[in-house]
Design a protein around this ligand. Structure first.
Ligand SMILES: Cc1ncc(COP(=O)(O)O)c(C=O)c1O
Length: 419
């Protein structure tokens, strides 16, 4: 007998998120997840518990303080295991933008005048501006540019940019407007052959894929937990070898402390303590779909995210199928989603109506999307789109449903017909 295929149970998924039950939010169709996703009850409960029961300086000797520290430690462990990382490879800082800023300061000493840094014009500015600024110290910036028709990056263009002087390559795993998963493994291989370090922005990738960080091939990987169903934090992973090359940026007495070396602000206690709620939620999804398991946390999450990838591709294809048939729309990136090949982050603009107006009209119909350039200013501009109005971005995650996409399509039909 053929084994029935397991698919993601979105009713169960949504039952884990209080936002789908709360009076203020339950009737909204929420498609602005790339700006920050809803959080499951497991995260909210941990955050509340920390604030209610032990909102004290952690790691002291009194019981409340010890518990506060233990809850933070649990989250460090949860994120480390989720990524298949080593404990001393993970920094939890206030945001990816700040983590990359600090990292750039820590890597600056490796650069001599004339050394080159490759940045893209596809990335969010968080993984561009901090590197470009190193030109003030003599670094030469080389820009890997997107293809004008699609917004995608072509590897042959990259090959022509790297050479003996390349010291850093800074590239996104997935643009927050184009959505294509870049072939970061090949980028890293070519960069390493040239002797360069690779900084990969995973902010738009992490809500859709759980990577084994050592297998990505890169030296540094950053993403933001407020977009992956948690509190507002940035995760910065670096391989041990790469981290050894970074100058510590924390206080002098914390230089050997892996959690503090690249986090001069110090850890944000409650926000970190709540992060274990993310893996607790993934585990609940695992148990619901697959039952009990002796697999490790990373493998369990990956199995869940295989279901997520299938579901998100279905959502994306429903929307892409509609958008690509409309001659009045310009679609960014690929017009078809294969699981693992394209994120369910879909951006477009219209010939006859501004992106801001489409956003407003959708909001009037109870559908929350974003519009603008999403700090991918250079990418939007390179595509010939006015970065002030930008694109409409529909960013879907695993708790979104096909019915919600259908409602969006009906609303778009109405809005575009009268434009
Ligand atoms: C692709 C991408 N990279 C980086 C960032 C910056 O992340 P953070 O808000 O944590 O600084 C964002 C935020 O929207 C993003 O979408």
């Amino acid at each position: 007998m053929k084994k029935s295929k397991i698919s993601l149970d979105t009713d169960f998924v949504r039952s884990q998120f209080p936002a789908f039950q709360a009076e203020e939010s339950r009737d909204w169709i929420f498609f602005e997840n790339a700006g920050g996703a809803y959080v499951p009850a497991t995260v909210i409960e941990r955050l509340k518990r920390f604030f209610v029961a032990h909102k004290v300086q952690p790691y002291g000797s009194f019981a409340l303080s010890r518990t506060a520290g233990e809850e933070m430690d649990e989250s460090y462990r949860a994120i480390t295991e989720l990524l298949h990382a080593e404990a001393d490879e993970v920094t939890l800082g206030p945001s990816t933008t700040l983590n990359f800023y600090v990292l750039a300061q820590g890597l600056r000493h490796l650069l001599n005048p004339g050394d080159e840094i490759v940045v893209t014009n596809q990335d969010h500015e968080a993984n561009v501006g901090v590197w470009r600024r190193l030109s003030e110290f003599g670094a030469v910036i080389r820009e890997w540019r997107v293809q004008k028709e699609t917004g995608e990056l072509d590897l042959s263009d990259f090959e022509s940019l790297i050479g003996d002087r390349t010291k850093l390559v800074c590239c996104t795993l997935c643009s927050n407007v184009v959505g294509t998963h870049n072939d970061i493994g090949t980028v890293a291989e070519l960069a390493h052959q040239a002797g360069a370090l690779v900084v990969a922005d995973g902010v738009s990738y992490a809500p859709h894929v759980i990577p084994d960080v050592h297998k990505l091939g890169v030296d540094f990987y950053g993403y933001s937990t407020y977009k992956t169903f948690g509190t507002h934090q940035g995760v910065l992973w670096g391989s041990r070898g790469a981290l050894q090359q970074v100058k510590a940026q924390g206080h002098f007495f914390n230089q050997s402390e892996s959690r503090y070396r690249l986090n001069p602000t110090g850890p944000q206690h409650a926000e970190i303590a709540a992060l274990a709620g993310i893996t607790e939620y993934f585990d609940a999804l695992y148990r619901h779909h697959f039952g009990a398991s002796s697999e490790d946390r990373h493998d369990r999450a990956r199995k869940v995210f295989a279901l997520v990838a299938e579901h998100e591709a279905t959502l994306a294809n429903r929307l892409l199928g509609y958008l690509k048939e409309r001659p009045d729309l310009q679609l960014l990136g690929q017009d078809h989603a294969e699981p693992g090949g394209r994120a369910s982050t879909v951006a477009f603009c219209a010939a006859n109506i501004s992106s801001a107006k489409i956003e407003r009209e959708l909001a009037e119909r109870g559908i929350g999307v974003g519009s603008g350039n999403f700090y991918a200013h250079r990418c939007i501009e390179a595509l010939g789109i006015d970065p002030n109005d930008g694109v409409v971005r529909v960013s879907m995650v695993h708790y979104n449903t096909e019915e919600e996409v259908d409602q969006l399509l009906s609303a778009l039909d109405e809005i575009l017909e009268k434009a």
